[in-house]
Design a protein around this ligand. Structure first.
Ligand SMILES: Nc1ncnc2c1ncn2[C@@H]1O[C@H](COP(=O)(O)OP(=O)(O)O)[C@@H](O)[C@H]1O
Ligand SMILES: [Mg+2]
Length: 159
């Protein structure tokens, strides 16, 4: 593994949340020479995507629950997670959600509307993380899905 990349597989277990914390620290170290806002965006995005992969991924006997990859190349940062889902419909719903976010020119409006939904309706919960990655983190999101597998990729320029 080079100093500018992280690649690891996580098993779903109570201990995996400690590993998520470790991943956040590794991301922070990898980004140490960048502005603090870029570091924060990278750590937040790594955390949101990895937590999603572990929360919504399906554990299969003997296989990792989530794969995490981060690559830092000349001015571009890529963070990607891979996990299995219960059905292709679930993967398609995630892809549609991500495409909707990417089509929306005003990412801040999406994020604020979701916050407003929380305040207006006590039954609304969650659904903020990917909006946050797109708005606060300024990442472009992509989702590839098929054969009950989803790959979520977040990319942004890192000046
Ligand atoms: N890696 C993933 N695998 C399967 N479904 C996912 C994944 N990431 C996100 N989702 C779906 O997208 C929804 C929105 O995710 P997110 O914006 O992070 O909000 P939250 O995690 O709070 O629900 C989730 O509720 C879930 O249904
Ligand atoms: Mg989430």
């Amino acid at each position: 593994m080079s100093g500018r990349c992280i690649e690891l597989d996580l098993l779903a277990s109570p201990g995996c949340w400690a590993e998520v914390r470790e991943v956040r620290q590794r991301v922070k170290r990898l980004m140490a020479s960048y502005d603090e806002d870029v570091q924060d965006a990278a750590v937040m995005t790594a955390s949101e995507l990895l937590e999603n992969a572990l929360k919504y991924g399906v554990a299969i006997e003997g296989a990792s629950a989530a794969r995490f990859e981060m690559h830092l190349d000349e001015g571009a940062l890529t963070i990607a997670t891979t996990n299995i889902v219960d059905s292709d419909a679930e993967g398609a719903a995630l892809r549609a959600r991500i495409e909707h976010i990417m089509r929306e020119p005003d990412k801040e409006a999406l994020y604020l509307q979701r916050l407003q939904d929380f305040m207006d309706t006590s039954t609304v919960a969650g659904g903020l993380g990917l909006y946050r990655v797109a708005f606060e983190g300024a990442f472009d999101l992509q989702c590839a899905t098929g054969n009950k597998m989803v790959v979520v990729t977040a990319r942004r320029a890192v000046p």
